[in-house]
Design a protein around this ligand. Sequence first.
Ligand SMILES: Cc1cc2nc3c(=O)[nH]c(=O)nc-3n(C[C@H](O)[C@H](O)[C@H](O)COP(=O)(O)OP(=O)(O)OC[C@H]3O[C@@H](n4cnc5c(N)ncnc54)[C@H](O)[C@@H]3O)c2cc1C
Length: 466
Amino acid sequence: MRKGLERDLIKRLEDISGEKHVLTDEESLDKYSRDETMGLQAFPDVVVKVGSSGEVSKILRLAGEYSIPVTPRGLGTGLSGGCLPAQGGIVVSMERMNQVLDIDQENLMAVTEPAVITAELHRAVEEQGLFYPPDPASLESCSIGGNVAEGSGGPRAVRYGTTKDYVCGLEAVLPTGEVINTGNKVVKDVTGYNLTQLLTGSEGTLAILTRIILRLIPKPRMKVDLLAPFDDLSAAAKTVSALLQEKIVPTAIEFMDHPAIELAERYLKRKVVFDTASAHLLIELDGNRKEDFEKAMDVVEEVCKRFGAWDLLVAEPKDAQNRLWEARRCIFEAANRIGGLYETMDVVVPRSRIAELVRRAEAIGETFQLQPLCVGHAGDGNVHVLYFNGERMEKEKWSQEIKKATHSLYRCTLEMGGKITAEHGIGLTRKPYLSLDFSETQIDLLRGIKKVFDPRGILNPGKIFD
Ligand SMILES: Cc1cc2nc3c(=O)[nH]c(=O)nc-3n(C[C@H](O)[C@H](O)[C@H](O)COP(=O)(O)OP(=O)(O)OC[C@H]3O[C@@H](n4cnc5c(N)ncnc54)[C@H](O)[C@@H]3O)c2cc1C
């Protein structure tokens, strides 16, 4: 930004949101230049912590006038660089808009501002006997707005689906500054094209979301977590398909391989149960009727043992359940804090092909001398493959090898009928690979949609496609 322009723009932003909510100091710009994506950084020129949709609208109009990029940011836990201002400009941080506005018992709906922390919404609705199922592993630190913008998933997707299955309506500020309301507190709506679903998963490139209407369900009365250790990774993966064929649908089926178990132990500085296993399956069941619940537990035990699980730990008290989940949920944080250089993949294949995917991911790691770690939402076919620079290659060599490995893994995922990202989004990191899956015609359609929403190309430019 030019100096004179900068002063003028900052003054006008301060008039909109108040001086103390407009940040230009080095420390703040540094803080807002990152999310949780390893090794990625892009600096904004200015950060505005907005307090209302009216402010967002004025900022977008102003940005249009100056032709300056605007990047929306939730709570910065993204894993594809989506909230980083790739071309500088204004970061619009939603963090002050963090209120649950309404929990509507009669219509089973919640209305929230975008920066409500996902786990806080869980607690608020559960106090009233209701349930909001989507539960990204980052639930204590990410926002509902970020979840909607990314179309986030989470362990409970096996039984309950992902964020998009719960979004019924949105207040959204378009890049032109106009405010629209899509959907409403209704569970059925076929009025025109489904703009609610188009904006869900649009990664902050089509509009800034300022109010969200979410469907709720009654909270299941009972819940149990089961941990099954296996000596053989592929047997654990085959157990997942067998469980689903038994026509019981667990709430979650999570998978961790041995490197993941080891990393969790090092990070948490405590022993993880069954830590010599080659793989863990963490299975959660919930329900309302005791008989159905017990029957499902028997089926899970029988199937796990049939495929070689050498034990089954049953965790019923909340504390015991939290300890099991802590090990699974900490993996990305552990990788970021103590894992060294690594890259994360978020591939998904038809659930019956999980075992094959894990085998092929390991083989690719070996080919490129990378150390693989596999964790994931096995019940959805979604495996996070983390490739670490175990051989401590020079940075340049590492960046060449990881690109080749990523390319190979994505090719093999697509060959298996899968997709290159299940829940983390394209953002910046997967942009170079979109054309492996989408034809030029499909990418042109995306470009056309973007142009209709954002004719000047000011909202979150440089993401998903060029
Ligand atoms: C330890 C860890 C575990 C994770 N586990 C999971 C998981 O299980 N499942 C999963 O899906 N993801 C997971 N993630 C990724 C991440 O938490 C999700 O993508 C989350 O939804 C991001 O929310 P956020 O508020 O941090 O958004 P940000 O990172 O701030 O932004 C993400 C994207 O959303 C856009 N955005 C944010 N708010 C708005 C808004 N109000 N309007 C328009 N656009 C907006 C941004 O521009 C950006 O493109 C994990 C991340 C970490 C660090």
